[in-house]
Design a protein around this ligand. Structure first.
Ligand SMILES: Nc1ncnc2c1ncn2[C@@H]1O[C@H](COP(=O)(O)OP(=O)(O)OP(=O)(O)O)[C@@H](O)[C@H]1O
Ligand SMILES: [Mg+2]
Length: 278
């Protein structure tokens, strides 16, 4: 295991019982190795069903691995802890942002309360006025002014809700944020704004991302390295530029060929920003 990695995954395997009684189990993840280094964004790409979310869920403890090892900051993670205190510690290290924050935000909870709850869990030493100051700073960090604290989730756009989900994740001050198709439901211009926000956050904090997506254009904008998954395995890994411009594996070539745009070529974030703000 590399000692300085934020996340180390070795030979991770996850089997699910088959939905058909007596049939072979479904092997969702099959011997996956991954490393995420400090400050890095590693993208996992792959078609639907290739095992991306299962990898993420086992890292955060929402699923139990069948075999293999996971370590965060050099500390092995075994079965998800039962004790509240240990669960809080796990959540303080790795946060998970889902595709649709609407379903993960309580519709009756105001945005300020959503974030304040996370601050209260992860920084119990803060008094309530300090906590509120942290909430205001977090809203600011994700580009939402303090006026948003009193709003309910349905009063926000999809992009704004995703900003709230990011602020809630940052409230835990995690080493690693797993973003699972976190921009997939957004319009391309809003996607670019959220990707820019994530890039800015990474410049300001010691944070790493595990960025799960099926969209190679998004990979090109955010990731330093890419792991390509097919049927539960990592079939190719390299820098984003290498994998996107010189894919070694036939499957990766087919993923690139499947990008639904004629004459698609990788675009840098700066170029995209120029298009979006033109
Ligand atoms: N709880 C479960 N029970 C049984 N099989 C499951 C379960 N969760 C996932 N699977 C199976 O595991 C495989 C990997 O699923 P997973 O959700 O990890 O894929 P994914 O790459 O995230 O796909 P998508 O891009 O559609 O989100 C699939 O064959 C899926 O049907
Ligand atoms: Mg998934």
């Amino acid at each position: 295991m590399s000692a300085d990695a934020v996340l180390t995954v070795r030979q991770l395997r996850k089997e699910y019982p088959s939905p058909i009684r007596g049939a072979e189990p479904v092997i969702a993840v099959d011997g996956v190795d991954l490393d995420v280094h400090p400050g890095e964004c590693l993208a996992i790409v792959g078609e639907s069903g290739s095992g991306k979310t299962t990898v993420a869920k086992t890292i955060v403890g929402l699923e139990q691995a069948t075999s293999g090892t996971i370590a965060v900051g050099g500390q092995a993670r075994h079965a998800a802890p039962r004790r509240h205190r240990d669960r809080v510690r796990w959540a303080g290290e790795v946060q998970y942002v889902f595709q649709d924050p609407y379903s993960s935000l309580n519709p009756r909870q105001r945005i300020g309360t959503v974030i304040e709850t996370s601050v209260a869990i992860h920084r119990p030493e803060l008094r309530s006025d300090d906590r509120r100051r942290v909430v205001a700073d977090l809203l600011d960090d994700v580009g939402l002014g303090g006026g948003y604290a009193d709003r309910l989730p349905h009063e926000l756009s999809g992009g704004q809700r995703q900003r709230v989900a990011i602020a809630r994740a940052l409230a835990a001050n995690p080493r690693l944020v797993i973003l699972d198709e976190a921009v997939a439901a957004l319009d391309v211009s809003i996607q670019a704004q959220i990707l820019n926000l994530l890039a800015d956050i990474r410049e300001q904090r010691p944070i790493s991302y595990l960025f799960i997506t099926h969209d190679l254009a998004v990979v090109n904008q955010i990731a330093d390295r890419v792991a390509v998954m097919e049927q539960g395995r990592v079939v190719e890994e390299g820098t984003a530029t290498e994998v996107l411009t010189q894919p070694a594996h036939e499957y990766t070539r087919s993923l690139i060929a499947a990008v639904p745009r004629s004459g698609w070529k990788p675009r840098r974030r700066s170029e995209l920003a120029a298009i979006v703000h033109a």
